[in-house]
Write a protein that binds this ligand. Structure first.
Ligand code: 3H9
Length: 694
């Protein structure tokens, strides 16, 4: 028998244990092992019931994603699921950790499910651009009802065991540390009851309720249209559940599920989303900072600055149960900052995301102070003060004096030189950049900036800490704007140039929105505030943005920016902006030209890709996929297009290069192709093939 699956007998109960680290994915070997073990247990006359359990940190986390896109290896899913479902002896799944995707689908063909209290169950295939292809879309609504099932498959979220018990996904919760014993006891109880075994597929009661109510699906589609925009998988997930309700037989529903699953699997969106799944995990691996690098315990965090950024950063730690000392210069600003934090938590509570006790608990972890001396005992201090080098240097000199030896000193700068900041301390090895994105309590991305002298244990600690506070960390080297903003600057420049050549801002925004961004650059700037980094005294009316700021059009917050806003913050194209643009064009002496949507897209995105190539060749990002992780998590790049570097690989780097050369010839040096782009094209390679020299 295969070693990844073990069969043991405890009296009349056969226990089948899967052991395929790290997450017991259902590889061909595992499928074969389960099939052989279950068949053997069924054939053994001494065995009366079967318990299916997993070793290691989790139950089965799904199909083995690394097998996708390769020729299928036997045994097939249908064969495996059928043997379990048709077993004449009761099969009990014993679930700990995660039961996800194919793992949950396997549990759903078992007759019963026992879970630990901290287990989580879900069908996250939608996040891979897929749908549950092992009968999940047909069995789930039969257990939890149509509306709940729609929610589960289209969100991909994992339900905690308690909720799974309430909705009938789980039959019993096991006492702490006794999962297998509880599952065996459950099996004995079933044997004693001698009731006939019921298959999930035979239970149609919950589907009946939805029959003749197509509006359930239409309403669901409408309510989620914005969230699903651009993605193919949610609609196909919905269609499968719709079919579960409308089809005459279970088999018919399964056939539709299979067909739509295969369509998604063969399509570009799922390929991109699967690529992204591994990219995010790969980003955690730093070649010269191995997994076993020692890390510091971070039990107390200090934040300097209680503004929007500082407050948002503080919330991450308080939400993860880590005490925070938050320091401001003036009492008023501190009070205001703490008030904003409380109102953010209260808002989450009012939507049911937190209990009032949890809000109080989190607020209780925030200790406001007016003196930096209170950072003395902190293990990590993050400054979120004004973006001026002199100010940052003063702050770091103070931190160096105040903080205990071994404390990590971090700057939240979005572009300043971390080496220069570190140079004012006697411990540059403890200095690092932690670039959070606004709103810092919401955005998933954390750029971790490695200075020239930053110690490996400091990097390892910050990467680990990012996971603790629910962030996706990407390591970047010191350069202006790091990975994300450095590339964004390219897009900003081109968007602005385009409108002075004849495109209008709303067209630029529409093209990028249609590409899949949540909003275009002008809407984004209006949202962030046009006066970010703008100083009235230094304003020279030299750019469209400056002129808007001088007019008090500061963006959404002031009711007008590039766009005009109504009281509900709906954006309307503004004639004022049109006029300013026309004045600029008239002054330049050039006549506006018609610019195609295709050119808008290429002008905005190809220079970003080119900058990404420079970032790679300079070693400021470890790998191309890290850049993609930054753009998906920090800038709303549509995950179904993988990320800018992946997207470029799909278009073909030769095509990107050819276009860059064309723009270079007509529009100048902003489009000078990166040496790495030229090199990869010459070698017939992709960004995905690029490796940093050892
Ligand atoms: C499916 O089931 C389709 C069926 O419906 C079709 C039926 C026909 N396969 O995330 P971590 C690796 S689709 C292969 O860092 P955590 C991962 O790459 C699948 N490998 O750990 C990483 O490798 P490495 C539906 C996988 O503790 C290592 O495991 N299921 C798989 O933070 C550790 O992962 C999902 O989408 C896999 N399925 O989180 C669940 N899963 O160490 C996907 C993980 O080399 N998985 N790996 O970098 C997860 O959500 C998380 O891994 C989990 C653990 C929550 C389980």
């Amino acid at each position: 028998m295969d070693t990844v699956v073990k069969l043991e007998r405890h009296d009349v109960i056969a226990v089948v244990t899967i052991n395929n680290p790290p997450v017991n994915a259902l590889s061909a070997a595992v499928r074969g092992g389960i099939l052989a073990s279950v068949n053997a247990a069924i054939a053994d006359p001494e065995v009366k019931a079967i318990v299916l359990t997993c070793a290691g940190r989790t139950f089965i986390a799904g199909a083995d994603i690394t097998e996708f896109g390769k020729p299928p290896e036997p045994p097939g899913w249908d064969e495996l699921l059928a043997v379990l479902e048709n077993s004449p002896k009761p099969v009990v799944a014993a679930i700990h950790g995660h039961a996800l995707g194919g793992g949950l689908e396997l549990a759903l063909v078992c007759h019963f499910r026992v879970a630990t209290k901290d287990a989580r169950l879900g069908l996250p295939e939608v996040k891979l651009g897929l749908l549950p292809g092992g009968g999940g879309t047909q069995r789930l609504p039969r257990i939890v009802g149509v509306e709940k099932a729609l929610d589960i498959v289209t969100s991909g979220q994992h339900a905690p065991a308690k909720e799974a018990l309430e909705v009938g996904l789980v039959d019993e919760l096991a006492p702490e540390g006794q999962l297998n014993e509880a599952a065996v006891a459950f099996a004995r109880k079933i044997l004693a009851e001698k009731k006939p075994l019921v298959k999930v597929r035979e239970n149609n009661t919950k589907l009946e309720v939805a029959k003749g109510h197509p509006e359930i699906f239409e309403n669901f589609r409408k309510a989620n249209a914005r969230k699903f925009r651009g993605f193919l998988a949610p609609e196909k997930n919905i269609r499968c559940i719709e079919t579960a309700v409308t089809s005459a037989t279970f088999e018919e529903g399964l056939a539709v599920e299979r067909k739509l699953f295969m369509e998604l699997m063969a399509g570009p969106q799922s390929a991109a989303q699967r690529y992204y799944f591994f990219a995010e995990r790969q980003a955690q691996k730093i070649p010269d900072v191995p997994d076993d690098t020692p890390t510091h315990a971070v039990k107390k965090v200090g934040i300097l600055g209680a503004g929007t950024m500082g407050g948002g950063i503080a919330m991450n730690f308080a939400s993860a149960g880590i005490p925070v000392t938050i320091v401001e210069i003036k009492g008023e600003a501190l009070d205001r900052g703490l008030k904003v934090i409380r109102s953010n938590y209260d808002r989450t509570a009012s939507r049911g995301g937190l209990t009032p006790e949890q809000v109080n608990q989190r607020m209780g972890l925030l200790n406001g102070s007016l003196t930096m001396e209170d950072f003395a005992e902190c293990d990590l201090v993050i400054e979120a003060v004004f973006e001026r080098m002199e100010i940052k240097k003063q702050v770091f000199a103070d931190l160096d004096r105040i903080c205990k030896p071994g404390a990590i000193l971090a700057t939240n700068t979005s572009e300043l030189n971390v080496n220069e900041i570190a140079s004012v301390t006697r411990r540059p090895e403890d200095v690092i950049g932690l670039h959070f994105f606004s709103p810092a309590n919401v955005m998933k991305l954390l750029e971790v900036i490695r200075g020239e002298k930053t110690a490996k244990d400091v990097i390892a600690t910050c990467m680990k800490l990012a996971k603790t506070i629910g962030k996706v960390a990407v390591l970047a080297g010191v350069c202006h704007g790091f990975i994300g903003n450095r590339m964004l600057n390219q897009r900003e420049r081109e968007a602005n140039k385009l409108v002075l050549e004849g495109a209008i801002p709303w067209d630029v925004d529409r093209v990028l929105y249609d590409f899949g961004f949540p909003m275009g650059p002008f809407r984004m700037n209006d949202l962030a505030g046009l006066d970010l980094g703008w100083v009235m005294e230094e304003s020279r009316s030299s750019t469209l943005r400056e002129v808007l700021c001088e007019m008090g059009r500061l963006g959404q917050k002031s009711g007008a920016g590039y766009y005009d806003y109504d009281e509900n913050r709906n954006a309307k194209p503004s004639p004022v902006t049109d006029k300013i643009i026309n004045d600029f064009i008239a002054k330049s002496g050039k006549s506006p030209r018609k610019i195609s949507d295709g050119e808008i897209l290429e002008r905005c995105i190809y220079p970003m890709i080119n900058e990404g190539a420079k970032i790679l060749e300079e070693g400021k990002a470890i790998r191309a996929s890290d850049i993609d992780v930054v753009w998906v998590n920090g800038y709303g790049w549509p995950v179904y297009r993988g990320g800018p570097m992946y997207w470029a690989d799909q278009i073909g780097l030769d095509k990107v290069l050819a276009k860059m050369k064309e723009f270079h010839a007509t529009l100048g040096d902003d489009f000078k192709p990166a040496a790495l782009l030229e090199k990869l094209v010459a070698e017939g390679k992709k960004f995905a093939d690029f490796e940093q020299p050892a």
